[in-house]
Design a protein around this ligand. Structure first.
Ligand code: AGP
Length: 606
C-alpha cells in the first residue's frame, strides 16, 4: 500500500523523510518521491523503483528545506512512472495521497472545464489541481483543502504543502489511516507508527473525516462536522529494536521462527483472562449466536475458512466464511443473531472494513481478531481480541496466520464447551493440545534444512498443487498463496476430494503435488487421493506424521515428518512446513522475499 510521511521541523527534512519512508518499504511500492519547501519555493525529487534509486538522485541533486512530504507509491491508477509518482504538484501546492479517489474522472472533467489538464494518469493529481484551483480563487490553504476534500469520494489520507507557507502542513483522512507524531522540536505525519518509531514518543491517530492544520506552535484538528476537537495522544507502541531481522536474512524467516513464542503469547493472553472462558463477553456472545459469519482477505480468509470447520464441529454453530471483497455482492441480510468475526493482521484492509460496516448496519455484533490494535478495525468492531504476534513486517503473513488460528481455535473450543457441544474431557484435551503447540512448532522447524533442499528441487516448477481435506483444505489454499506471492510460481490449493473432478488432468510427472495428510479420521481418504496422484506420475511431497508416512508414503517423491497433533488442530502446525517451503523456493529464485512485486502489506483500497 502507499506510504505517507511528512515533517515540519528545524533540520533538513529530506534525510528524515527518506529514513521514515524506509520504514514503510514493507507496505510494498514501485516508486517514491519527496517534496520540500525551501525559501518559500517547492522542490521535488521522484524516482521509479526502490528508495535506493531516489537516494542516489538526492545525493546527485539534493533538495533543501525543513518542511516536507514523502511518499512510496503502490500503483493503483497508472503504471509506475516518474510522472505518476508522488508528490504531485500544482503551481503552488504539493500533495501525497494514500487511497483511491473514486470520482476522480468527474473531477478531471471539472478541471478540464476550467482548462486545467493533469499531466499524469493518477487520481491524486486531480486532488492537487483542484486545491490549486481554489487557491487561485483566493481561498486560504485551509479553506482550499476543505473545499477540495468536500468534493472527494473514496478513501484518502492526504498531506498538503504550500508555497510561501514554511510553517504549515495540512492533512485530511478518510478511510486511509494517518497519524500525527510529536517530536522534540518537530511534528510529523505518517501512514503508520512504524514510520515514526524512534523519531517520536507520542502520537495521535486521526479519525475518519478529520482534517488537521499543523504549525510549529500548534496542531489544530477539525472533525467531519467542522468542529475543533482534541484527539488522544498516546505513547508510540512500536519499539524500533523489534523491527530488525534478528540475525535472519529476511523478516519472513525471522517471523516464521518467532512462532513458538508468538503462539505461546496468544494462548497466555487467553489464559490470563481466567480459565479459558474469557474474554467472557466475547465467548458468551458467540455461544448465543445462531450463526457466525467469518470474514477476511487472503491469508486471513484462509484462517476464517479453517475456523468455519471449528465453529461447526466443535461449537455446533452454523458458520459461513466469505471473502471480504465478495461480501457486499452476496447481498447478505444477516439476522442480528449473527456474530461477525473479522480477521485481519493490519486491521486496515479496506474490503474487510467494508464487510464489517455492512454487518454492523444489520445490527450484528462484530468481533475483530487483529494484530494491530491501533487500527481502524479496532476502533470500529464491538469486540477486539489481539493475536499479540508483534509487528509483522514481511508482506507474506506467517506468524500472524498461526496466531489467528490459535485464537480462533480457543474461541471455538471455549464456545463449544459453554454450549455443551463438547464435554469437559474433550475441552481439556483440546486446550492441552493448544498449549503444546509452541513446542510442536519448534519440532516442526527442525525440518528446515530438509525443506531447503526440497525447495531447490522444486524451484523450477511452473505450477504446484496443494491438496488437503477438512481443515487441511483451507491450509492447502494458504500453502498455494504463500508460494505464489513470494516465488511467483503458479500454485493452486484444492480439496483433495475434488482432484478427480477435473484438476487430476493437470497431473503428470512434471507436476509437484503437496499432500497435507495428518493421521486421523480423514487420513484414509487423503491416502487414496494420494494414490490417484501417484498413479499419474505426480511428484508428491507428502507431509504427515510418522504413522501417516509409514502407511502411505511408499512411492512418493519426498516426505516431511511432523509431530503428532490432534488432527482438527493440525492446520496451525502444518502451516510451518508450507511457510518454509515457500520461503526457501523464493530465496532459491532470488525474488524479493519480504516485499514481493505488486503486493502490499496492508491493502487499504477496495
Ligand atoms: C498474506 O500472506 C498476504 N500478505 C495477504 O493475503 C494478506 O493476508 C491479506 O491482504 C489480508 O491482510 P490483513 O490480514 O492485514 O487484513
Amino acid at each position: 500500500m502507499c506510504g505517507i510521511v511528512a515533517i515540519l521541523g528545524q533540520d533538513e527534512a529530506a534525510p528524515i523523510l527518506m529514513e521514515a519512508l524506509r520504514r514503510l518499504e514493507y507496505r510494498g511500492y514501485d516508486s517514491a518521491g519527496i517534496s520540500t519547501l525551501y525559501k518559500g519555493k517547492l522542490q521535488r525529487q521522484r524516482e521509479v523503483g526502490k528508495l535506493a534509486v531516489l537516494s542516489n538522485l538526492l545525493v546527485r541533486d539534493p533538495i533543501r528545506g525543513c518542511i516536507g512530504i514523502g511518499h512510496t507509491r503502490w500503483a493503483t491508477h497508472g503504471p509506475a512512472t516518474i510522472v505518476n509518482a508522488h508528490p504531485h504538484h500544482g503551481r503552488t501546492v504539493a500533495v501525497v495521497h494514500n487511497g483511491i479517489i473514486e470520482n476522480f474522472q468527474e473531477i478531471r472533467q471539472e478541471l478540464s472545464d476550467y482548462q486545467i489538464q493533469p499531466s499524469s494518469e493518477t487520481d491524486t493529481e486531480t486532488v492537487v489541481l483542484l486545491c490549486q484551483y481554489f487557491l487561485d480563487q483566493g481561498l486560504t490553504p485551509i479553506e482550499s483543502v476543505q473545499k477540495t476534500v468536500s468534493q472527494l469520494q473514496g478513501s484518502f489520507a492526504l498531506v498538503f504543502l504550500f508555497e510561501g507557507e514554511e510553517d504549515t502542513l495540512i492533512a485530511a483522512r478518510h478511510q486511509s489511516p494517518l497519524i500525527v507524531g510529536y517530536g522534540e522540536n518537530e511534528v510529523y505525519l505518517a501512514s503508520d507508527e512504524i514510520a515514526l518509531a524512534g523519531l517520536v514518543k507520542r502520537i495521535t491517530h486521526l479519525h475518519d473525516k478529520d482534517l488537521v492544520h499543523i504549525t510549529r506552535e500548534k496542531t489544530h484538528i477539525i472533525d467531519g462536522s467542522g468542529n475543533s476537537v482534541e484527539r488522544d495522544q498516546k505513547a508510540i507502541s512500536i519499539d524500533l529494536t523489534k523491527i530488525s531481522k534478528g540475525g535472519h536474512k529476511h523478516f519472513m524467516a525471522k517471523e516464521i521462527y518467532e512462532q513458538p513464542k508468538t503462539l505461546g503469547r496468544a494462548i497466555d493472553k487467553f489464559q490470563t483472562y481466567g480459565a479459558w472462558l474469557q474474554p467472557e463477553s466475547v465467548v458468551n456472545g458467540l455461544a448465543e449466536a445462531e450463526r457466525v459469519e467469518l470474514v477476511g482477505c487472503g491469508t486471513a480468509n484462509y484462517a476464517c475458512q479453517v475456523a468455519g470447520y471449528w465453529f461447526e464441529s466443535l461449537a455446533g454453530i452454523p458458520a459461513s466464511c466469505t471473502i471480504a471483497s465478495e461480501f457486499a455482492s452476496r447481498h447478505r441480510s444477516p439476522a442480528p443473531s449473527t456474530v461477525g468475526v473479522f480477521v485481519s493482521q493490519s486491521g486496515e484492509t479496506a474490503d474487510t472494513l467494508t464487510a464489517l460496516r455492512h454487518l454492523s448496519q444489520h445490527h450484528c455484533k462484530s468481533l475483530a481478531i487483529l494484530n494491530v490494535l491501533t487500527s481502524t478495525m479496532s476502533r470500529e468492531a464491538d469486540y477486539v481480541i489481539s493475536i499479540d504476534a508483534g509487528t509483522e513486517v514481511s508482506v507474506a503473513s506467517t506468524k500472524a496466520f498461526t496466531s489467528q488460528l490459535n485464537i480462533l481455535a480457543a474461541l471455538a473450543i471455549s464456545t463449544g464447551y459453554i454450549r455443551g457441544h463438547i464435554d469437559q474431557e474433550r475441552y481439556q484435551q483440546l486446550l492441552t493440545e493448544l498449549t503444546r503447540l509452541p513446542g510442536l512448532v519448534s519440532v516442526a522447524l527442525n525440518n528446515d534444512d530438509a525443506i531447503k533442499s526440497i525447495a531447490k528441487a522444486m524451484g523450477h516448477s511452473t505450477s504446484v498443487l496443494f491438496i488437503g481435506r477438512g481443515t487441511m483444505f483451507p491450509l492447502a489454499l494458504e500453502g498455494a498463496l504463500k508460494l505464489k506471492e513470494i516465488s511467483y510460481i503458479h500454485a493452486e490449493g484444492l480439496a483433495s476430494g475434488e482432484l478427480k473432478h477435473g484438476p487430476l488432468a493437470l497431473v503428470d510427472d512434471n507436476m509437484h503435488v503437496v499432500v497435507l495428510a495428518p493421521s486421523g479420521k480423514l487420513f484414509p481418504k487423503i491416502a487414496s487421493n494420494t494414490e490417484e496422484v501417484k498413479a499419474r506420475g505426480g511428484k508428491i511431497l507428502f507431509i504427515s506424521d510418522s504413522k501417516g508416512i509409514e502407511a502411505a508414503a511408499l512411492g512418493v517423491w519426498k516426505s516431511i515428518s511432523m509431530p503428532d497433533i490432534d488432527p482438527i488442530l493440525a492446520p496451525i502446525l502444518y502451516a510451518v512446513p508450507l511457510q518454509l517451503l515457500a520461503y526457501h523456493i523464493a530465496v532459491h529464485l532470488g525474488t524479493d522475499v519480504d516485499q514481493p512485486r505488486n503486493l502490499a502489506k496492508s491493502v487499504t483500497v477496495e
